[in-house]
Design a protein around this ligand. Structure first.
Ligand code: TYD
Ligand code: MG
Length: 459
């Protein structure tokens, strides 16, 4: 039943020009590039075409041109996963027929999260967990530790994707987990599991299955240290949603970030804590990244950032130290390095403060990665505070984008950020003038700035 509808043929495709060849060679016969031919599968369309998975009707609307307004989409229902923070990054829940890729370093908690999710879901929907990495015994041990009943949690240890799909077509799960896509292989290709060709082809088969049967699929993908060549990156365009696990070694905080989502907002952040009984949701994370210092210290200031739909308070630390290198170091952790170089240039040109003979290190505490420009002003204030060895008040928070002309630009949701700061006991905030709410914020002294020079004199 899972045999491809058309005949399949193995070809070698050039990853540079897309040309194909029937035999492998070191050089692409079309564009002349070296080492670009990769084994791929070409499906030749069968005359009958159509339904691959009997009993499902996925292809019914194929190849019909119609006006957009005539299309009546079925109401997109989202199934709650039973884990609020996961629902948040999924955009409200799991959509039927969608494929969600969960990437992350080995050991960060992907399998744990998914087995917990299936534990919740299996009470209501048929689910199937396919593991190519762990034996059923290992999975069972883990589930026991996590306190998962597992009566309705169906388990399969298999690595051949054709077998997996045949089983899935029989079992008809509403949610299917593939852990991990790197362990799966298709018999159509000879290359080893985990190679780009295998990962791409098995994922393509799984995506097709999801679309044709309405099964929601979670694909687990390991990010490899060497730039993730065979990792999840090659799959990002094929799937509906891409979630990445982030977290610092040694910290129990785990973040899940949506970096692509056809059904919701991107950059939404889910926050979990890894405990001895699995991942626990942190549903009010706004202050977990604050390390409160007992007294004022130079180089430290709190940023009110906004990840997805909620504000988050994080501490930004800077250390400026005399450099003995021809090229002083500009090191950032949790921030973009080029942005720091740019901010230092703005500080020089518009603030008259030179750091060409200083090493500058900036760190966002707690392993959070800040992707928004609202951190600019905070970073500059932290750098300056360290440079001058002048502590900033502990009850001071800041945010704002810094432009190349030395202007401080407003950022989205200013009022919400200020309220969050006030809620957590901050008494002063340096923010862009355009972000100051009309009525002010109760209990918070707001210092509006429009130019870098104003920010400097506000210190
Ligand atoms: P795992 O989910 O197996 O990672 P991945 O599938 O992403 O490779 O997580 C493994 C790590 O999580 C392991 O180092 C131990 C830790 N862990 C806990 O701390 N508590 C738990 O309850 C579980 C199940 C795992
Ligand atoms: Mg795993």
């Amino acid at each position: 039943m899972t045999k491809a509808a058309g005949k399949t043929k193995k070809v070698y495709t050039c990853s540079s020009c897309g040309g194909t060849a029937s035999k492998w060679s070191g050089q692409c016969p079309d564009c002349g590039a070296w080492n670009t031919l990769e084994e791929t599968v070409q499906v030749q369309p069968s005359k009958a075409g159509g339904a691959r998975f009997a009993g499902y009707s996925g292809d019914a609307h194929r190849a019909r041109v119609q006006p957009l307004s005539a299309v009546q989409p079925e109401a997109e229902t989202k199934t709650g996963t039973g884990i609020g923070e996961l629902d948040r990054v999924l955009g409200g829940g799991l959509v039927q027929g969608s494929v969600v890729l969960i990437g992350g370093d080995p050991g960060i908690g992907k399998s744990t999260l998914l087995i917990q999710t299936l534990g919740h879901l299996s009470a209501r929907r048929p689910v199937l967990y396919v593991s190519g990495e762990e034996s059923p015994e290992q999975i069972s041990l883990r589930a026991q530790r996590l306190g998962i009943q597992g009566d309705d949690l169906r388990l399969l240890a298999e690595t051949q994707v054709e077998q997996v799909l045949a089983t899935a077509a029989r079992e008809r799960p509403a949610i299917l987990v593939i852990d991990s896509v790197q362990t799966m292989y298709t018999e159509l290709l000879q290359s080893a599991p985990g190679s780009v060709a295998q990962v791409r082809e098995t994922a393509a088969q799984l995506v097709r299955f999801a679309k044709q049967t309405g099964t929601a699929i979670f694909l687990v993908g390991h990010v490899t240290k060497e730039g993730a060549l065979a990792g999840p990156r090659v799959l990002e365009h094929m799937v509906d949603t891409v979630l990445y696990f982030e977290g610092e070694a040694g910290s129990h905080i785990r973040l899940i970030r949506a970096i692509k989502n056809r059904f919701g907002a991107v950059n939404e952040l889910g926050v979990f804590a890894m405990t001895d009984r699995g991942l626990r949701e942190v549903s009010n994370p706004s202050a977990i990244f604050l390390s409160r210092h007992a007294e004022d210290v130079p180089g430290s200031i709190v940023l009110v950032t906004r990840e997805g739909s909620r504000p988050l308070l994080v501490e930004v630390q800077a250390l400026v130290d005399e450099s003995h290198l021809a090229n002083p170091r500009r090191v950032t952790l949790g921030l973009e390095q080029n942005r720091l170089a740019m901010l230092l240039a703005v500080l020089h040109r518009h603030g008259g403060i030179a750091m060409f003979d200083q090493d500058v290190f900036v760190n966002v505490v707690g392993g959070v990665r800040i992707t928004e420009t609202a951190a600019d002003l905070t970073v500059l204030l932290a750098v300056l505070s360290s440079f001058r060895n002048q502590p900033l008040p502990v009850d001071l928070a800041a945010f704002g984008e810094v432009g190349l002309a030395g202007e401080i630009r407003p950022v989205p949701s200013g009022q919400e950020r200020l309220k969050e700061a006030a809620k957590h006991g901050f008494r002063r905030a340096i923010v862009p003038r355009a972000n100051v709410p009309k009525g002010g914020v109760k209990g918070l002294e707001i210092i509006p700035v429009e130019r870098l020079s104003e920010a400097l004199s506000a210190l």
